[in-house]
Write a protein that binds this ligand. Structure first.
Ligand code: J2J
Length: 539
């Protein structure tokens, strides 16, 4: 780790990745400048029926970049970015890339609890947010976070369509004079995590750029591609697998949707002739229902990606026939490794595996509890290392010692097996996390909040199996003697603490004691079994 809290890449591997031509030494800022030169008049972004060409996007980005510099932002600073799918997201993020300032990608669903912690941890100096949003006041949230975070001095409020307000004075022709090193860290992503608050995932221009370029090759992205972004683009999957960055790098077009609703999406697919989109399994289920009654012509669609949580073979089987297109399973993680089924794979692979690592230089180990390597087709913990997998989290020494091996393998916490021809099948999970339809909830984070409540003696968060979301969040609670509280009060309390909505338990059970393992720890396995029994009995 360097003195700024960033993990160091092994220089021998870096040298090799460069010699192999994997790391190409172009930053994301330079990428946009180059693309705006190559095809200035091609449409890069479409949103609410409005278009931005590559040149227009680049112009807005440069104008904002100059403004942000003038406000005092400097290379290496970190900035909270909480912007929805909108022109503003691209303008803000690329402006930061161009001046070597690191966006910290928060999701629209994050609230005070998450963002204030993150802002403190990274010592964020600014917050990019948007003015016009229905239902939630993001600007007030930004101000609340600013109050609690001494380093945070600027709130930049973007108009979702027109971008950074008050940039007129920075229209000048002067070039940006900032040189950004492609080996430097470009941004911080959030990990779903399994302990406490989200860990921060630092990605360099070089490593991330490679993952995006390689994704484009495997997902068939070219200048004709039109990508419909229905998931929040700040998330690693729609950002980079190949996601919106892939589409820009490939010279294609991004169509931004405000939600995953099938109504909105189907209309956009027809109108904008969308060729590829990315879904999480619950959305795929909704679309499968909706497509039975659709009026729109969806024949432009060539590929539907499904990832973020396991897509059951039963659901996978229905997607190709229902949409007359190719299904691509994507098993990825913001820490790095991304696996894809290939577009030309046999049906067996597409339906029953979660794909193969995208790079031949991805190293995979499947290990048992003693860290011994297991053979093919045997399930164990997945470890990985490679040209785009992080060597460590940001400022997290203790956690890094647990999550990374001495020789730099990331211990994913996923349980998987590898087939004879190198495809991964996700079998389960070791980490104490709930995957709620692709949104990750760290059990400990919610438990800690519950434990702070005066009526609660002990709390355990476990997953309940769910047909639609895959898993939902269940809280088991032991109350302090002579206290009572209702489930809805527990939920309201967590909301008042500023927890993102998807972390609020769907179900709360009050019990007198928890089953324990031999060593006096709560047996989550037994709690999970109890929940499964209950679900079965109710059916
Ligand atoms: C089972 N579990 C999966 C899958 C992710 C592409 C796609 C997804 C993510 C992502 C991503 C899964 N089957 N197909 O970053 O670039 C679970 C695993 C994994 C964790 C990572 C991308 N796809 N998962 O979901 O960082 O448990 O990234 O370790 O949010 O999601 O979550 P996240």
């Amino acid at each position: 780790m360097n003195s700024d809290g960033f993990p160091l890449w092994d220089q021998k591997r870096v040298k090799r990745y460069k010699e192999l031509g994997l790391w190409e030494n172009e930053t994301f800022g330079e990428m946009l400048t180059r693309l705006a030169r190559i095809h200035p008049d091609k449409v890069a972004l479409t949103w609410h029926g409005q278009h931005l060409t590559y040149a227009e996007l680049n112009h807005r980005v440069e104008r904002s970049a100059k403004a942000l510099l003038a406000f005092g932002l400097k290379q290496g600073d970190k900035v909270i970015v909480q912007l929805p799918n909108s022109f503003a997201f691209f303008e803000g993020v690329f402006a930061l890339f161009k001046i070597g300032v690191l966006p910290v990608f928060c999701l629209p669903s994050h609230r005070f609890h998450e963002i204030s912690h993150i802002a403190m941890h990274v010592e964020a100096v600014a917050y990019l947010t948007s003015e016009k949003r229905t239902g939630f006041d993001y600007v007030s949230l930004a101000h609340e976070v600013k109050e609690s975070c001494p380093e945070l001095v600027h709130i930049f409020s973007f108009d979702e369509m027109d971008g950074l307000v008050e940039t007129g004075q920075f229209e000048g022709e002067t070039d940006l004079q900032v040189k950004v090193d492609p080996d430097s860290y470009a941004f911080l992503q959030l990990s779903g995590g399994s302990t406490g608050l989200p860990k921060l995932i630092p990605r360099t221009h070089n490593d991330y750029y490679y993952s995006v370029r390689r994704s484009n090759e495997l997902c068939g992205i070219n200048e004709e591609s039109v990508y419909l972004a229905v998931l929040p683009v700040a998330h690693n999957y729609p950002l980079s697998s190949p996601g919106v960055l892939g589409l820009l790098l490939g010279g294609g077009r991004i169509v931004l949707a405000d939600s995953g609703s099938a109504d909105e999406a189907f209309q956009l697919i027809e109108k904008e002739q969308v060729t590829i989109t990315a879904l999480v399994p619950p959305l795929a289920l909704v679309w499968l229902e909706a497509v039975k009654h659709r009026k729109e012509d969806l024949s432009s669609l060539q590929v539907i990606q499904v990832g973020g949580a396991k897509c059951s073979a039963e659901v996978a089987k229905r997607i190709g026939p229902a949409f007359q297109c190719t299904l691509q399973q994507v098993f990825g993680m913001a820490e790095g490794l991304v696996n894809y089924t290939r577009l030309t794979d046999s049906e067996d692979k597409i339906l029953y595996t979660q794909g193969k690592p995208m790079s031949e230089y991805d190293e995979i180990r499947i290990v048992d509890e003693h860290e011994n390597d297991l053979g093919l087709n045997i399930a164990g913990e997945l470890w990985t290392r490679g040209p785009y997998t992080i060597p460590g989290y940001f400022k997290a020494d203790d956690h890094n010692r647990k999550s990374f091996s001495q020789d730099g393998f990331y211990k994913t916490g996923d349980v998987a097996s590898v087939t004879d021809d190198g495809y991964l099948i996700v079998q389960g999970r070791m980490k104490d996390q709930i995957n709620r339809g692709g949104e990750k909830v760290a059990a400990e984070e919610v438990e800690n909040q519950l434990l702070a409540h005066e009526t609660i003696f002990d709390a355990a968060i476990v997953a309940i199996p769910d047909d639609y979301l895959g898993e939902r969040v269940c809280a088991y609670i032991i109350l302090n003697k002579s206290f009572t509280i209702e489930a809805k009060e527990v939920k309201a309390y967590l909301r008042s603490k500023g927890l993102a909505d998807y972390k609020i338990p769907d179900v709360v059970h009050f019990v007198d004691s928890f089953p324990e393992t031999g060593v006096g720890k709560v047996s989550k396995q037994q709690l999970r079994q109890a929940i499964v029994q209950k679900v079965l009995m109710n059916n």
